[in-house]
Design a protein around this ligand. Structure first.
Ligand code: PBG
Length: 313
């Protein structure tokens, strides 16, 4: 290791939210850095930052600020030099980073699929007429309504335990969670079944962890270079170009998934009206390194087909 490696006296400060999933992701980042550089655990410090999105539990996220709600305060700490890197669920990240920050390091992606979680109802198709599905995601809401217009969708927030309790209390018959979150938290026993992307295309970047740093910090850049997962980076480049082209925020139901097979990349994208009545999708395969172009072209194509009033009607 070089002279400027972090030490127990001057540890590398890893910023994260305090939720169980965020902490698991910060620990995974630390463990990968330890292994890649032969550093002791004491060379790292996990710094928990309280963010608005975690404090406010009684309102829908899009009412209190939409995308960036879980990340803005962490980015401020990074800019202020209170932490040296920030670990994020890429699904929650806007496509543009604040001046002075860069987000180009990805850990190997977890399962990107959604999980259908229920206490004894099989799959979405097996739910009785008029059953209730809990979700706070506009995408999942629209996708459920597209396939089962007879169902009711109610707002569902909180951690995995809270949501399972709501199912036990009969507030809803089913909910959706990211497989990645369940896997990272070790909830293998939770009543769940992965939903095929053909049935429900996941959120852009679902299951991917990204690490943000100060653009000027060459030392951290060098440390992170060794844990970057290239294949995840290629997939995310395609998905996030699609998101950026669609100008996606939390306020619009958008789904997308890129997959790599050897040197070829397949990108699937989908936009939905909020009530799920209109669904437009696209599926394009091209060279693995053309993700940004494929994503941008798909966004333009979908917007063209959607017309100006798709999300405002
Ligand atoms: N919006 C919240 C959020 N952000 C990332 C994940 C799951 C983990 C991931 O996708 O990486 C979740 C919860 C969920 O959708 O179940």
């Amino acid at each position: 290791m070089t002279d400027d490696a972090p030490t127990p006296d001057a540890p590398l400060r890893i910023g994260t939210r305090g939720s169980p999933l965020a902490l698991a992701q910060a620990h995974e980042t630390r463990d990968r850095l330890m292994a890649a550089h032969g550093l002791p655990e004491a060379a790292f410090e996990i710094v928990v930052i309280k963010v608005t999105g975690d404090r406010v539990q009684d309102r829908a996220l899009r009412e209190i600020g939409g995308k960036g709600l879980f990340t803005r305060e962490i980015e401020e700490a990074l800019i202020a030099g209170e932490i040296d890197l920030a670990v994020h669920s890429m699904k929650d990240m806007p496509t543009l980073q604040p001046e002075g920050l860069i987000l180009d390091t990805y850990l190997p992606r977890e399962d990107p699929r959604d999980a259908f979680v229920t206490l004894g109802h099989g799959g979405l198709a097996d739910l009785p007429r008029g059953a209730v599905v809990g979700t706070s995601s506009l995408r999942r809401r629209a996708q459920v309504m597209a396939r089962r217009p007879d169902l009711y969708v109610v707002e569902f927030r909180g951690n995995v335990q809270t949501r399972l309790q709501k199912l036990r209390d009969g507030v809803a018959q089913a909910t959706f969670l990211a497989m990645a979150g369940l896997n990272r938290l070790g909830y293998a026993d939770v009543a769940q079944s992965p939903v095929a992307p053909e049935d429900m295309l996941p959120a852009i970047a679902q299951g991917a962890i990204g690490i943000e740093r100060r653009t000027s910090d060459d030392r951290v850049a060098a440390l992170l270079a060794r844990i970057h997962h290239r294949a995840t980076g290629l997939r995310l480049a395609a998905e996030r170009a699609l998101l950026e082209g669609l100008d996606g925020s939390c306020e619009t139901p958008i789904a997308g998934l890129a997959e790599l097979t050897g040197d070829s990349l397949r990108l699937r994208g989908e936009i939905l009206s909020e009530d799920g009545a209109r669904v437009l999708s696209d599926d394009v395969t091209g060279p693995a390194t053309d993700g940004p172009e494929i994503g941008r072209a798909m966004a333009a194509q979908l917007l063209e087909r959607a017309g100006p009033d798709f999300w405002t009607d």
